[in-house]
Design a protein around this ligand. Structure first.
Ligand SMILES: [Zn+2]
Length: 258
C-alpha cells in the first residue's frame, strides 16, 4: 500500500512528505497490532510510529479517533468564537442580528432554545464568553428551573395528582416513589402506592361503577360490611386491621414512613 502510494506520487510528480507519513498502530478492544521500529519504510527510510497524528484537520489516534477529533474540534470552535476578530465570531453576530425567528439558521435554532430557557442576552455572552464550566452550570440550572416550574404548574390542573402535593424536584425522587429498602418486595409496593394516591387503584366501588346492569357489587369482598372505597380500604376495613394497626402506630410514632 505504501509502495503503491509512493509509485503513484513518483508517476504524478509530487513528493510524499516524510514528516507527515507516519504509522499509527491500531488498538481495538480485542487486538493491538504491535509494530517493530523499521518495519515500515518509505523511500528506504524508516517511518515513525506515533500514537496520534492529524490529517487535513482530522485527528487520528490509536485509541478513539472519533472522540479525539470531536474534542479537538470543540476546542478549536471555542477558541475561534471567543476571538472577536475571527470569521466565526462575526458570522455569529451577523446571524443573530439579521436572521428572523423562522430562519433555519443554526444560530437562530440556538437562540430559540436559549430564549425558551430564559437565557436572554446572547450578545453579552458573545462579547464576554463564559468558561465551559460556567456555561454548563448556567444552562443546567436554567433547564432545571424551566421544567420544575412547568411540571409543577401543569400538575395543579390534574385532580388525580392532588395527593402528590405538587412537589417536583429534578434529580430527586418523589417521596411517594421512594422505597424503604432497595429490595424487590419494597420496589413492587411503589406502583400500588402511586395508584392508591392518584385514585387509579381499582376497588370494588370502581368496578361497580364501570359494570353494566349492576352485575358487580361495590361491597368489600374481604369483610362484606361496607362499600369498598379508598377510605374503607385504607382506614376502616376490619379484615385489614392486623396489617393496618402496626403500620398506623409506626406512622404516629415516627412520622411518615415514606
Ligand atoms: Zn372491608
Amino acid at each position: 500500500m505504501i509502495n503503491i502510494a509512493l509509485d503513484f506520487s513518483k508517476r504524478e510528480g509530487y513528493l510524499l512528505q516524510p514528516t507527515k507519513s507516519v504509522i499509527i498502530p491500531v488498538k481495538t478492544c480485542r487486538k493491538f497490532y504491535e509494530i517493530e521500529d523499521g518495519f515500515w519504510k518509505l523511500n528506504g527510510k524508516n517511518m515513525p510510529i506515533v500514537s496520534n497524528a492529524s490529517h487535513i484537520g482530522i485527528q487520528k489516534s490509536d485509541k478513539n479517533s472519533a472522540e479525539s477529533t470531536v474534542n479537538e474540534n470543540i476546542k478549536k470552535a471555542r477558541r475561534a468564537i471567543a476571538n472577536c476578530d475571527s470569521i466565526e465570531w462575526r458570522l455569529a453576530k451577523r446571524q443573530l442580528q439579521i436572521k428572523s425567528h423562522n430562519s433555519c439558521s443554526w444560530f437562530i435554532e440556538v437562540k430559540e432554545l436559549c430564549l425558551k430557557y430564559e437565557i436572554n442576552d446572547l450578545y453579552a455572552y458573545l462579547t464576554n464568553p463564559l468558561s465551559k464550566f460556567q456555561w454548563k452550570k448556567l444552562v443546567k440550572s436554567k433547564i432545571h428551573d424551566y421544567w420544575t416550574s412547568k411540571i409543577t404548574d401543569e400538575s395543579k390542573g390534574y385532580s388525580t395528582l392532588k395527593f402528590m402535593d405538587h412537589k417536583y424536584n429534578i434529580g430527586s425522587v418523589h417521596p411517594l416513589a421512594i422505597s424503604v429498602n432497595a429490595n424487590l418486595k419494597d420496589i413492587r409496593k411503589i406502583p400500588v402506592r402511586l395508584k392508591i394516591s392518584t385514585g387509579n387503584y381499582i376497588l370494588q366501588t370502581h368496578k361497580a361503577s364501570f359494570s353494566k346492569n349492576n352485575f358487580i357489587s361495590p361491597t368489600c369482598k374481604l369483610c362484606g360490611k361496607a362499600d369498598e372505597t379508598v377510605e374503607h380500604f385504607i382506614l376502616l376495613c376490619e379484615k385489614l386491621e392486623e396489617t393496618r394497626i402496626p403500620l398506623l402506630s409506626k406512622i404516629l410514632d415516627n412520622g411518615s414512613l415514606i
